[in-house]
Design a protein around this ligand. Structure first.
Ligand code: HPA
Ligand code: ZN
Length: 337
């Protein structure tokens, strides 16, 4: 039974909406880029680096994630990283991918904003040309930095406005509530960007509420802590607010102890618009289909749940309505076959 469901889940058409492109940097590529750029890493080998991927919480991961990203210097580095992810995504039947990127991690090291955006965007353009894959870039502000720094980053992004579809908020959640970024998000809204924010991953449900009411986001990234506030859960269901849930990430960062304890099926059955995503696949043990395999093995998912998750991924995506309808038909045709 599981084997049949896994076969369906891995082959079904799907979108990925929550992937930090710097989190797709595999240890092998980190070492290759370090060598290409003449950098020495703090880890003696690929195995030693991989062995350090034992996280206790979000911050313990972020410390290693920012260290890994420090090998990215040139436009070609950002292209190679993105292309490696897109090839994996294509193999997983991902037809549409929205990629988070963290420019402040790079500009703080003296890397030009253009290198970051141009490299990632060029890979997406090539994926569109080669496979018809669609997608976009979502620029994230690091919430452990100030709102003033976010405003400065937004200024740097404006010449690249056409290459960026949305704005997000990531990094250390606790102690950095959404309201810290209310003014810069209001400005991004005026500029016509789509808006999303990480909320309720480690932080309290109140952060989900303020992301909705003060940042006016269109999706919540993670959001699983909504389970602690039944009224908020009802609201999320009523408003069809998408939650981009990342199952393997939640286990690696100890948000849930075991996959069998993950609440995504409870949320899905309560009518919330749940989507499945990989977050930082190189660090958390797998890409999008690996996440589907893990949840099918641990939770009593049915075939109709998979169809709902595939439909939700396109319903929650930032794309033209015509393209959305085409993808939704593709999902329904796949499940009718
Ligand atoms: N949470 C917050 N910030 C992040 C994450 C995450 O899971 N991944 C990369 N930056
Ligand atoms: Zn994330």
């Amino acid at each position: 039974m599981n084997a049949a469901l896994i076969d369906v889940a891995t082959r079904m058409p799907k979108a990925e909406l929550h992937i930090h492109i710097e989190g797709s940097l595999e240890p092998e590529l980190i070492f290759a880029l370090a060598q290409r750029n003449g950098l020495t890493l703090a880890y003696p080998s690929i195995a030693a680096l991989r062995a350090a991927y034992a996280f206790t919480d979000l911050q313990s991961f972020l410390d290693i994630y920012y260290a890994g990203a420090s090998v990215l210097l040139t436009e070609q580095d950002f292209y190679d990283m993105t292309w490696a992810y897109l090839e994996r995504a294509h193999a997983d039947h991902v037809l549409h991918a929205e990629l988070f990127f963290d420019p402040q991690t790079h500009t703080a090291r003296g890397v030009a904003f253009a290198m970051v955006v141009d490299g990632i965007h060029r890979a997406l353009a090539d994926a569109h040309q080669k496979w018809g894959m669609t997608g976009g870039l979502i620029m994230c502000f690091l919430r452990h930095l100030s709102e003033e720094e976010a405003f400065a980053t937004l200024e740097q992004a404006l010449p690249y406005r056409e290459k960026i579809i949305g704005i997000g908020l990531d990094s250390s959640e606790r102690g950095h509530p959404p309201e810290k970024f209310a003014r810069v998000f209001a400005r991004c809204h005026e500029l016509g960007f789509h808006l999303v924010a990480h909320a309720g991953e480690e932080g309290p449900p109140a952060y989900i509420t303020t992301a909705l009411d003060l940042l006016h986001v269109e999706r919540i990234d993670h959001g699983v802590r909504c389970i602690d506030d039944p009224l908020l859960m009802q609201r999320l269901a009523r408003e069809k607010m998408p939650l981009t849930v990342c199952p393997l990430s939640n286990i690696k960062l100890c948000v849930f102890e075991k996959m069998s304890q993950h609440n995504l099926l409870t949320l899905l059955d309560a009518g919330l618009m749940i989507t499945i995503n990989s977050d930082d696949p190189a660090y958390f043990g797998g890409y999008l289909n690996d996440n589907f395999v893990a949840i099918i093995e641990a939770l009593p998912l049915q075939r109709q749940h998979l169809q709902q998750l595939a439909r939700n991924s396109f319903s929650a995506a930032f794309m033209d309505e015509g393209i959305r309808q085409k993808y939704l038909h593709q999902v329904d045709a796949f499940f009718a076959a």
